[in-house]
Design a protein around this ligand. Structure first.
Ligand code: DGT
Ligand code: CA
Ligand code: CA
Ligand code: ZN
Length: 575
């Protein structure tokens, strides 16, 4: 919203002025910023009603600030701010997040060492340059390094799957209040983006005060940035920032649409509205001053002549064209995976026995699982050689017999996560592979081969007639390991040609394939599997994260082999 944006700019102006050693003015700007940020009414509507005079009525806002706000509303820019930025081109908001670094110190670091951003800062601290500056010393250099680590860990983005349970418990806690009529977590969380920055929570309530009182006084709140009846902002103990906004029921759909984003999707929608002579904002869809839609998202999409777009698709990757033509795919539903095709047990590096997995999988509604322990080359994971695999297969036969005798509708498939060796050959001989129900193939070594070599290696492995599924195809680990160098277009083409399934690994820091490749694979007619890659029964719950990634890649149920009944899935895999 406009208010937040102006508050952010005023805060930065304050910091720039402080860097220059200007007296009083920095405090004035930062005071005004915090008032503006906690205002109920949007700056643009205040301005519309009473011009700069009305803006001056805002506590702490003087004539020159009101002028700058007017300039921003009219041009989207504040020249004064731009010139301050040019004079000292440093990433102020990034640097001032580091504990103990204020504008004065940032200025010295820039003037003496040319430090413009956190990366520069880290290099300088690591090479001992900061401790040599007057007023810094060894201790503060150490603290800067610690602060950088902390910032990267706590102020960076969060992996959605690691936070989702907690987020859902927070939402459930707030929903319990009798004053809350409806509550949703919007933003990137609702779009199920693999990483999230902050939380944007929306609610309907006719009595917001007790809701806000409750919100800011939760025991896990470590800082309250602002509290009002329309909006409150806090920092949680895990470092995550959170806004709660209370909206009127008649605007709730418009608010939900706006704060779900993505920003790019919003911009496209607004452009479309303008083309139709309408105006769309977070309060509703308007013709002139008459609101024609706003209560629900469906109503707004409908009034714009669009089919409803699920949140996971709202990334401006062609979804509006699909919605205009009423060709939005019917996405795979959450909870529709019937069998998990990648599970590691205590035969290799998993924590639980096959029996424990069967029990947990049945409880979570699955109809089949494939046991896919690692193979012998992966020594650190206690990979299975042929002898142990034969033994495991016999024990799976016994367990399946028991299930049958008890008339339990559940099947355990014999499988393996077969290591792909450097040359693209597989870690088990064909005569072993022939005995398995599910042959998953995966790269766990030689991560840095060139794109040409790595692509050739993977495609050669896919061409083995026993290969069924490529597990975690690109090998990335979010925030930890870059993806393999692969020509994904060639891999997708080979998957289609060989009938090999590509996996969406649902593990929170993998989500591999990622959304973009999922979309390309689906468009090419390649089939997918959504697996948990469980190393413990508690990981089975990640399957819906994989479904989310599938939805972000426009996947239908018919594209996902393990959303099908077992016989049909095996029919496809073994063909
Ligand atoms: P995040 O928090 O970085 O994971 O990503 P989001 O998508 O949750 O973004 P956030 O928290 O900055 O803002 C929440 C939503 O509000 C965003 O998805 C779309 C909307 N929004 C924010 N800023 C703008 C803007 O400047 N223009 C438009 N049209 N929408 C915006
Ligand atoms: Ca957000
Ligand atoms: Ca936000
Ligand atoms: Zn693996």
């Amino acid at each position: 919203m406009m208010n937040e944006e102006i508050a952010r700019i005023f805060n930065e102006i304050s910091e720039y002025l402080e860097m220059q050693g200007v007296a009083f003015k920095p405090q004035a700007y930062s005071r005004a910023a915090s008032v503006i940020d906690s205002l109920e009414e949007d700056i643009s509507s205040i301005y519309k009603k009473g011009g700069t005079k009305a803006l001056e009525d805002i506590p702490g806002v003087g004539a020159s600030m009101a002028e700058k706000m007017e300039e921003y509303l009219k041009t989207g820019k504040i020249k004064y701010y731009e010139s301050l930025k040019k004079k000292t081109p440093v990433d102020l908001s990034g640097l001032s997040q580091i504990e103990g670094l204020g504008p004065q110190k940032i200025k010295v670091l820039y003037k003496k060492l040319g430090i413009q951003n956190v990366d520069d800062l880290e290099k300088a601290a690591e090479t001992g340059k900061i401790s040599k500056l007057a007023g810094f010393g060894k201790k503060s250099e150490e603290n800067i390094l610690k602060g950088i680590v902390f910032t990267k860990k706590f102020r960076g983005r969060y992996i959605l799957g690691n936070e989702l349970q907690w987020i859902e418990s927070v939402a459930a806690d707030l929903k319990r209040l009798k004053e809350v009529k409806r509550l949703d977590v919007a933003g990137s969380t609702r779009r199920r983006k693999e990483t999230i920055g902050d939380l944007d929570i929306l609610a309907i309530s006719s009595n917001p005060k007790p809701v806000m009182d409750y919100f800011v006084s939760r025991p896990w709140v470590i800082r309250v940035y602002g509290k009002g009846e329309g909006k409150s902002s806090i920092k949680a103990e895990n470092g995550m920032d959170m806004d709660l906004r209370v909206l009127p029921e008649k605007s709730y759909g418009a608010g939900l649409l706006y704060f779900t984003g993505s920003k790019e999707h919003n911009i496209r929608l607004r452009e479309l509205a303008i083309k139709k002579g309408l105006k769309l904002n977070e309060y509703g869809l308007f013709r002139g001053s008459k609101m024609i839609a706003g209560k629900t998202e469906e109503e707004i999409y409908g009034a714009l002549g669009l089919e409803y777009v699920p949140p996971e698709m709202r990334e401006d990757t062609g979804e509006l064209a699909a919605a205009i033509n009423h060709r939005v795919p019917k996405l795979i539903d959450y909870g529709s995976v019937r069998g998990d095709l990648q599970i590691q047990t205590d035969w290799s590096d998993g924590e639980n026995s096959i029996e424990e997995y069967v029990e947990a999988a049945r409880k979570s509604g699955l109809k089949y699982i494939a046991v896919t322990d690692h193979t012998k080359s992966l020594k650190i994971a206690n990979g299975l050689d042929e002898k142990r695999l034969v033994k495991q297969m016999a024990s799976i036969d016994r367990l399946n017999d028991e299930l049958k005798k008890k008339k339990i509708d559940f099947r355990i498939l014999k499988g393996a996560e077969v290591d792909i060796l450097k040359d693209g050959s597989l870690d088990l001989p064909d005569k072993m592979l022939a005995k398995l129900d599910i042959v998953g193939i995966a790269i766990h070594s030689f991560f840095s081969l060139s794109e040409k070599e790595q692509t050739k290696r993977l495609i050669r492995a896919m061409e083995n007639k026993y290969s069924d599924i490529v597990f975690h195809p690109t090998g990335r680990v979010i925030g930890h390991r870059e993806p393999l160098h692969l020509d994904m277009a060639a891999v997708i083409k080979a998957a289609k040609a060989t009938g090999t399934v590509l996996e969406i690994d649902s593990y929170p820091n993998r989500l591999d394939l990622k959304d973009e490749y999922v979309k390309q694979a689906v468009a090419a007619g390649v089939k997918l599997s959504v697996d948990s890659d469980s190393h413990s029964v508690s990981h089975l719950r990640y399957l819906d994260l994989g479904v989310a990634q599938a939805r972000r890649g426009w996947t239908k149920k018919s594209d996902v082999v393990n959303a099908w009944p077992l016989e049909k899935a095996l029919g496809f895999l073994k063909k």
